[in-house]
Design a protein. Structure first.
Length: 304
């Protein structure tokens, strides 16, 4: 069952095309990872989905409703956490959570208390005294306490420490087990890799690759570590071999999937003592798409 779908979604600001025919689909009980570098169009897509921006062309539907025309109806069933949460400075964190819960008509106090405890939030402090991380916690508690059908997260763990990131991931998995759907825009590739069933990579306003992690891995390289009785000759000259490094007595390199058989035949001539193979990470895949594009930020990806 499709929960969220965009068809040829295009957004122009004057002559600048921020989104260029974006197609994406999130099904019930699915976690969709949405990744791309700064300015790629992630946040613009999310703003269109939330009914904050109107698409220039194409369609965006959530629960079969139009994201722009039916925004009020859609918002009754979604929860959204941005990467930089702004709260009312004179309200306490607890008051903000209660306000959001009342707006939704939710009254699950037990869940509220459980989440406050999980995220180690002091709900009695005024929002103006909170750090960025604590403001994120307020929004996350309010979101997970809302019992939404679709969660939209745009860099949600920005400002959280690694322990809190892990707790967030646990809550996302719990939501999935309850049949909820999640759209997760994140620059933390390990987070996307751990959580997501499907991934869409956006670049310059267009989705350049989409699929399950296993499907995408066919497009990238396998990491190999080999140790041989004799030194491996001519490895750099083989087709499909990349990033060769000597690690002690072993060789580390990457191989394109379609050349793996030929490369292994070549290496085995030198007397294999040890062979370690690991699937490519999402980071490998991502960086391969952006190699030489001039669009990578210092850590490869980022928010908008």
């Amino acid at each position: 069952m499709t929960i969220l779908k965009t068809t040829n979604l295009t957004k122009k600001f004057g002559s600048f095309k921020a989104l260029d025919g974006v197609n994406m689909e999130v099904n019930k009980g699915e976690i969709y990872g949405f990744i791309g570098p700064n300015g790629a169009g992630k946040s613009t897509t999310i703003r269109v989905l939330l009914g904050i921006l109107k698409a220039t062309e194409g369609e965006a539907q959530i629960f079969g409703l139009d994201a722009w025309k039916d925004a009020v109806e859609i918002h009754k069933r979604i929860a959204y956490v941005p990467g930089d949460v702004n709260l009312w400075p004179n309200l306490t964190g607890g008051e903000v959570i209660d306000l959001f819960m009342k707006l939704r008509g939710a009254t699950n106090k037990a869940r509220r208390e459980e989440l406050i405890e999980i995220f180690k939030l002091d709900p009695t402090k005024k929002c103006r005294t909170y750090s960025k991380g604590n403001r994120q916690k307020v929004a996350l508690v309010a979101a997970f306490a809302s019992d939404a059908d679709l969660y939209i997260f745009d860099e949600p763990t920005s400002g959280l420490d690694p322990l809190m990131e892990r707790l967030f991931q646990e809550q996302v998995n719990e939501a999935k087990q309850q049949g909820k759907s999640v759209l997760l825009s994140s620059h933390i590739l390990s987070e996307v890799e751990k959580l997501c069933d499907k991934v869409g990579i956006i670049r310059e306003g267009a989705i350049i690759e989409t699929g399950t992690l296993n499907e995408l891995r066919h497009l990238t390289r396998t990491n190999l570590l080999v140790e041989t009785k004799q030194p491996v000759l001519s490895i750099n000259e083989l087709k499909g071999v990349h990033d060769v490094e000597i690690v002690g007595n072993a060789l580390s390199f990457q191989v394109d999937g379609e050349e793996l058989d030929a490369v292994m035949k070549h290496v085995s001539q030198f007397g294999l003592l040890k062979l370690e193979s690991s699937p490519p990470t999402l980071e490998d895949l991502f960086m391969r798409h952006y190699e030489g594009s001039g669009h990578t930020s210092t850590n490869g990806v980022g928010g908008e």
